[in-house]
Design a protein around this ligand. Sequence first.
Ligand code: GLU
Length: 314
Amino acid sequence: MSHDSSVSLAGAPATYRGRFAPSPTGPLHFGSLVAAVGSYLDARAHGGQWLLRIEDIDAPRTMAGASDAILRTLAGFGFEWDGEVLVQSRRLDLYHAALVRLQLDGEVYPCACSRREIVAASSSRSVDGGLLYPGTCRAGLAAGKAARAWRLRLPDQELRFVDRIQGEVRQNLQREVGDVVLLRADGQYAYQLAVVVDDAAQGVNAVVRGVDLLDSTARQIWLQRRLGLPTPSYAHLPVVVNAVGEKLSKQTQAPAVASSGGSALLARALRFLGQPLPAEMHGAPLAEFWRWAIANWSMARVPALRAVFPGDVA
Ligand code: GLU
């Protein structure tokens, strides 16, 4: 087995616990299949567990039936997950409890700014591509203003971590991220809060996911520290982009993958992750394919890149 034995599972027990956490905004597409394959193989190659979590925290973006469709597709490809599937929409009390703790500790503050006011007051962009929150409500709400959202107070401080694929990442939280919303004006908890609460609740100590989330990691580590939670190791896989460089997603109309694609489609995901497949594995039965893929998985071969893939893989 040629897996990367140098991975450090900070403060974690010996058992590797990884996860795949799709958002059910549409059916599984090739980009999410790649993240599923990478996280699954890394977990199994370490003799670890692989947990599933449905991230349906953003109710307006959730599509009816998508979560069942994703689970069916994963099962059809022969993925075997450990334990119950965790569903975020049933866990709002836990996110509430985490927010209350942050409120009591003064780590979050109420914000009254409307989108229009932020546009008028902000002069720079955050790493997310949106406007950097200028901190208007940090010192307290102006008289007569009502709270709309709760924001995390991020320090003017550089946070550094080492990603297993992308290497060292440094980010100044206040200047590059800005105080992010944890409870939105529409009453929805933000992904950033839910993901931190749930990774800890599931005992996840190794996160393997798409590089589009690399820029979210520093704030998640900050939040873990504020909540007294352990920090997992991180590995950010290249994401699949279409011919014009957009990440495959529901927004870019990525075609759904079907498990009838079998090991041939899994093999494409594997090649995308830099794992060379021997000729005799082409068209292999799923069980044989997975045995080979687990035994030969090497995180060291995964390219630290984004990559172009034409969106014609359905
Ligand atoms: N739910 C996120 C997505 O589908 C993934 C979150 C994560 O892996 O941390 O993009």
